[in-house]
Design a binder for this molecule. Structure first.
Ligand SMILES: Nc1ncnc2c1ncn2[C@@H]1O[C@H](COP(=O)(O)OP(=O)(O)OP(=O)(O)O)[C@@H](O)[C@H]1O
Ligand SMILES: [Mg+2]
Length: 670
């Protein structure tokens, strides 16, 4: 049904070498302790588990083991096609052969002839697994952790031995950590898989999908609407952001996210047997300034030195194109994950990356598909039973899990059977099973509008970037939910070309973050690195009287960016509330913060909005005539009440810089 359960694909590959010595000399550069580049035209898709056997020309076995396809290279040139396979298991003879190859390469044993390559210099993977010591990593001054904090699963990677490598997060072959934190009945917080047992029994004690709420104001419309869909109690934390109440105690979401990050940090430290501090953390391009701030806070609480917040689509582009010497390629990155959707057009020239336009939806992902299927499954029960099922958190979570399993199966097959024993109890207390058959056609009908929403965002991203679909060089499809055949079909129809399938849909973000981390280290050492230029994903502006939103910095402004505006001030205290989003109404957007000022003398004030390369905003106010002292802080309740209570003024929402002055005058009454 799903890849992890599949039996390994058996592959026997005959190499064009007569002896083991010839193999060691001519092919050794393609072998590392953790994996091998297998030159073959019969490449398998990324993530495929394979049981391989490499034999010499005469049929004598060289190596035998099992592994996973980590990277694929398809090329018409003879000898250039192949796949990078990470070892999961190797027999003793193969391990001894690898020792010999490494000894030759490191000069411990002299090769009889100079090494030449049988295939292109694809970086070979480094050792993976607890207890192994990748030599290069141990010698490196700095290893930067690349982290993908996903809505449903987290992944992490580091750059070792010349390539980015995913880190095993639960046992030697599991590279994903469920994004789950739960409070067990002893009052201890459990993380990842360990939290699953708690969630099964007490869903209200488990925090799932926290990425969707992280850095959102508790009183925002989005949170108010989403609240009932979370199994745990969503409350305001002491800063007014959405938090979680577990067993009567309020936890801030950065606090809980930090536990996931710590777990990842520990796994990476175990693997590399050294302390790690520095990290690149990825966020959806669509994340607001405040959400980015929350991620930074989570990193800090986890003891990480966050070198950079990197947008997920940029990370994907790096995972695809880094080191390939691309000649000005326009890539569309379509990332439909568990909880968020991002689409970006990225231009890549060599290792330089320029984001042309970006868009997305932080509330659109696989979880929404699961809900649709879960609703349909519940609908197969008679009404009284359906209602009972919907009222029980434990039952509903079980149905949702069953819906996800069926949904994933339907990406590979036409029908899926669901059997949930004791799904619900009837009025008399007798258990009732849920049995249903779901077809791919049904699931596609249930979720077609969600896929359409992603197509619409993609269309807008192309339009805003003034990019014709025909001018795209590649379409990269990532995020687990993008594996659904309907997504591929609709995107192909929209863009007129098949998307690439050789990018690891769930590992690309972490791999790209590790590449970026490596590049930062390279730069510190005075070497060339990635140059990355991002754009602002959503407008930033201020609230005006009547609840309107006046944009100061437009969407897709190249970063870093700065804009100033002058406002008149009287001797009355001044407050400017800053929001980010595309809605014409301020309170429909994300509230970022407010400037408060006590003005000593009437005059003019200059407001300076500066957004850094990674999308963090700073607002500063400077008195021009007269003096004013400002501080960035939360807006007062009176200001909010005033903003939220009044109706929008016609035309105000569309006002650009010229109208801003007028709008502010209205707000401040002059
Ligand atoms: N074969 C498949 N077909 C359809 N959906 C799938 C498949 N495999 C995984 N998914 C879905 O993909 C989602 C997880 O994808 P991914 O790991 O990319 O998300 P994430 O990184 O956790 O979330 P996000 O990027 O939104 O923060 C889940 O909703 C899962 O059900
Ligand atoms: Mg993701």
């Amino acid at each position: 049904m799903t890849a992890p359960d599949a039996r390994p694909v058996a592959l026997r590959i005959r190499l064009p070498f007569a002896t083991e010595e010839e193999f060691v000399e001519r092919y050794g550069l393609n072998v590392a302790r953790g994996g091998i580049f297998i030159a073959t035209r019969a490449v398998k898709p990324m993530g495929t588990a394979i049981a391989f056997e490499l034999v010499l020309q005469g049929g004598e076995r060289l190596m035998r083991g099992e592994g996973t396809v980590q990277q694929v290279q398809e090329d018409e040139t003879p000898g250039k096609s192949g796949m990078l396979v990470r070892f999961v298991r190797l027999d003793a003879r193969s391990r001894a052969l690898i020792d010999k190859i490494l000894a030759v390469r490191e000069g411990v044993v002299s090769p009889e002839a100079p090494a030449t390559q049988a295939s292109p210099p694809v970086p070979a993977p480094a050792p993976i697994g607890r207890g192994l010591k990748p030599a290069a990593a141990l010698l490196a001054d700095d290893v930067v952790l690349g982290i993908d904090l996903g809505t449903t699963t987290c992944r992490a990677a580091v750059w070792i031995d010349g390539a980015p490598q995913l880190i095993p997060l639960a046992g030697p072959t599991v590279f994903a950590l469920p994004s789950l934190v739960a409070l067990d009945d002893k009052g201890e917080l459990r993380v990842g898989s360990a939290a699953k047992g708690v969630r099964a029994k007490r869903p209200e004690a488990a925090v799932t999908g926290l990425k969707r709420l992280l850095g959102q104001r508790a009183r925002s419309k989005a949170v108010q609407q989403l609240q009932p869909r979370f199994p745990f109690k969503v409350v305001a934390d002491p800063d007014g952001d959405a938090g979680a109440e577990l067993a009567g105690r309020v936890w801030s979401l950065p606090e809980l996210a930090a536990l996931l990050l710590k777990e990842i940090k520990n796994s990476a430290q175990n693997m590399l047997e050294r302390e790690l501090k520095r990290a690149v953390l990825c966020v959806p391009a669509w994340y607001s300034d405040h959400q980015r701030g929350a991620v930074l806070e989570a990193g800090r609480l986890a003891g990480l030195d966050v070198l950079r917040i990197l947008n997920e689509p940029s990370a994907v582009a790096l995972a695809f194109g880094y080191g390939r010497g691309l000649a000005r390629k326009r890539l569309l990155v379509y990332d439909l994950g568990g909880g968020t959707f991002d689409a970006s057009v990225v231009e890549m020239t060599g290792d330089d990356l320029e984001v042309v336009s970006t868009g997305g939806d932080n509330f659109l992902g696989g979880i929404d598909f699961d809900e649709r299927v879960a609703d349909a499954l519940a609908g197969t029960l008679p009404d009284p039973l359906r209602l009972r099922l919907e009222e029980s958190r434990v039952s509903w979570e079980r149905v949702r899990d069953a819906a996800e399993v069926a949904k994933i199966a339907l990406s590979d097959q036409d029908t899926a059977s669901v059997h949930l024993p004791f799904a619900v109890t009837d009025e008399g207390g007798a258990p009732v099973d849920l049995r249903a058959t779901v077809t791919r056609a049904q699931i596609e009908q249930l979720t077609a509008d969600l896929v359409e929403r992603t197509c619409e965002v993609t269309r807008i991203v192309l339009e805003v970037g003034r990019v014709n679909a025909a001018a795209l060089d590649e379409v990269l499809l990532v995020g687990g939910q993008s594996r659904a055949p309907l997504v591929r079909q609709r995107l192909q129809a929209l863009l007129g070309r098949p998307p690439r399938t050789d990018v690891d849909p769930q590992g690309a973000v972490a791999l790209g973050a590790a590449i970026f981390g490596h590049s930062l280290v390279q730069r510190e050492r005075g070497k060339a690195g990635v140059s990355l230029s991002e754009v602002l994903s959503a407008p930033i502006g201020v609230a005006v009287k009547g609840g309107g939103f006046l944009r100061v910095l437009e969407r897709n402004t190249r970063l870093p960016a700065e804009k100033t505006l002058t406002i008149p001030v009287t001797d009355r205290p001044v407050e400017v509330a800053v929001f980010q989003g595309t809605n014409p109404r301020a309170d429909e957007n994300e509230y970022l913060g407010a400037l408060h000022a006590r003005v000593d003398k009437p005059g003019e004030l200059l407001l300076r909005f500066a957004v850094s390369a990674d999308g963090r905003l700073e607002v500063e106010a400077v008195g021009r005539k007269g003096t004013a002292s400002f501080s960035t802080a939360d807006a007062s309740d009176e200001l909010r009440a005033h903003l939220y209570a009044t109706a929008p003024l016609p035309g105000e929402a569309e006002a650009e810089a010229g109208g801003l002055f007028k709008g502010l005058k209205r707000l401040f009454g002059r």
